[in-house]
Every structure is written in structure tokens, then in C-alpha cells.
Write a protein of this length. Structure first.
Length: 245
């Protein structure tokens, strides 16, 4: 998270994000004590919507910049995002409901880009949702970046219901975005604005625990509230420094 008093030129923010070489870098400009503008850049381009970088920015604002109570991020593409911090440190973000819809025209590049054939394909404004038959399908599948890159501007999330043996989580996913940032994203908060309402319908419940099965992995807590999707998780500080322009 890069706090700013005024926006830098887009090409400068893009250069910083490329130098960081993380999934996204969040740039935040304070409007008042508890209201901010936020923009997100991957190493390749500016992103419309990013959850985990919003969580990271919120962590810094709450724990290192002294904010208390509710904070609000204003965005260009997805409206206002309201964030709270629970007493246990968990940060809860309110996202617009972006439940996907079934698509009848499944792109050939999507099927060619995944080693496992999905049982259903859906789509929202962000990505194609490839629903797999089993949790193991999601964990073991391989992908072809050059094929998935042809789906731009859309990314790809693969998902399945969680284990019925351990009951650790309700659903599992992996997220691929070679056209917009990188091959596989570690943890993607934004896509759970679509995954959570989809699985809420399938499972008949409004509170869900999700696991993103990247190499690093991550657990997300999701809840549906009217037309919003609440996504929460924990953050830790790993680096503090100065960028020289």
C-alpha cells in the first residue's frame, strides 16, 4: 500500500507496481480521516477491483495511521467499499454482489487452457467461472497461460465445493489472470464477490468459509448481506520502506 497526498501520474504508479512485482499495489489518497480514494495496479496494468490489496491498505490505515471505526474507499469502477476491523484483528470488506451467470458460449480458449473440463461455466464482469466436479480437480489441474490470455479482458477462476470429509471450508478456488497481471494469483478477494453468492445458492447458506488453493494459499470468510458480499481475512505487516522516484 502506497499512501499519497496527491495522485502520481498513472505511468509512475504503474512503474512502482511493476517494480514491486506483486499481484497488485494499492495507491491510497486520504480525503478525510476515514474516507479515501483507492486505485490498484498489477505489474501490467491498472485493475478495476482488488480485494486483498484493499485489505492490506485497510490494515495499514487501521493499525499504523490511527483510523478508528469504519473507513470508506471510493473507487472508479465498483463504487464505495466500506471496511471495518473486528476486535480480533480480522478486517471485513463490503463488496458489491457480482454473482456470475451461466454462459452458453464457452470460449474454446478456456477449454484448451485448462487440463480438466468444467461441469459448468459462468461469467461476471471480471472473469469466467469454471466449476469443477471435485475439490481435487481444482487442486491438481494445470493451465496454459497463452490460451487463457486470449480471454482478455476476462480472467479465469476455477472452483468446486469443499471437502465433505474435513468440513474445513465450503468451497475452494484458484485464480488465473495472465492477461492482466500474472499466471496465478495467491489470494483474490474481489472474485469472492462472485464466488460467495454462487456457492451460497448451491449450498443454501449465507455464511461461508473459502480456501484459495494457490501455492501460498489463503482462507477467506464470506457472508451475504442484502445486495452486498462481506469478505474478511487477516493481514500482517512484512515490509515498511521508502520508494524513490
Amino acid at each position: 500500500m502506497v499512501p499519497l497526498q496527491q495522485w502520481l501520474a498513472p505511468e509512475v504508479m504503474q512503474s512502482i507496481a511493476a517494480e514491486n512485482n506483486l499481484s497488485e499495489t494499492a495507491f491510497v489518497r486520504a480525503l478525510s480521516t476515514n474516507q479515501y480514494e483507492i486505485r490498484w495496479f498489477s505489474p501490467l496494468t491498472e485493475i478495476d477491483f482488488c480485494g486483498h490489496a484493499t485489505l492490506a491498505a485497510s490494515y495499514v490505515i487501521f493499525n499504523h495511521l490511527g483510523a478508528q471505526g469504519e473507513i470508506e474507499f471510493l473507487t472508479a469502477k465498483v463504487g464505495a467499499l466500506v471496511v471495518n476491523q473486528h476486535s480480533d484483528g480480522r478486517i471485513e470488506m463490503s463488496f458489491p454482489n457480482q454473482c456470475p451467470e451461466v454462459t452458453e458460449q464457452v470460449p474454446a480458449a478456456l477449454l484448451a487452457g485448462l487440463s480438466v473440463k468444467p461441469i459448468q461455466v459462468l461469467q461476471n464482469r471480471q472473469a469466467y467461472f469454471a466449476v469443477m466436479a471435485t475439490e481435487q480437480d481444482v487442486k491438481s489441474l494445470s493451465y496454459v497461460s497463452e490460451q487463457l490470455k486470449q480471454l482478455a479482458p476476462y480472467d479465469v477462476v476455477v472452483t468446486a465445493g469443499g471437502s465433505t470429509i474435513t468440513n474445513e471450508y465450503d468451497f475452494i478456488s484458484r485464480y488465473f489472470w495472465p492477461a492482466n497481471g500474472g499466471d496465478e494469483d495467491p489470494v483474490t478477494g474481489s472474485i469472492h464477490a462472485g464466488l460467495a453468492p454462487y456457492w451460497a445458492k448451491q449450498l443454501g447458506k449465507s455464511d461461508l468459509v473459502a480456501y484459495q488453493a494457490s501455492q501460498r494459499g489463503g482462507i477467506l470468510f464470506c457472508s451475504l448481506s442484502h445486495d452486498r458480499v462481506l469478505v474478511s481475512g487477516f493481514a500482517v505487516l512484512y515490509l515498511k520502506g521508502t520508494a524513490y522516484l
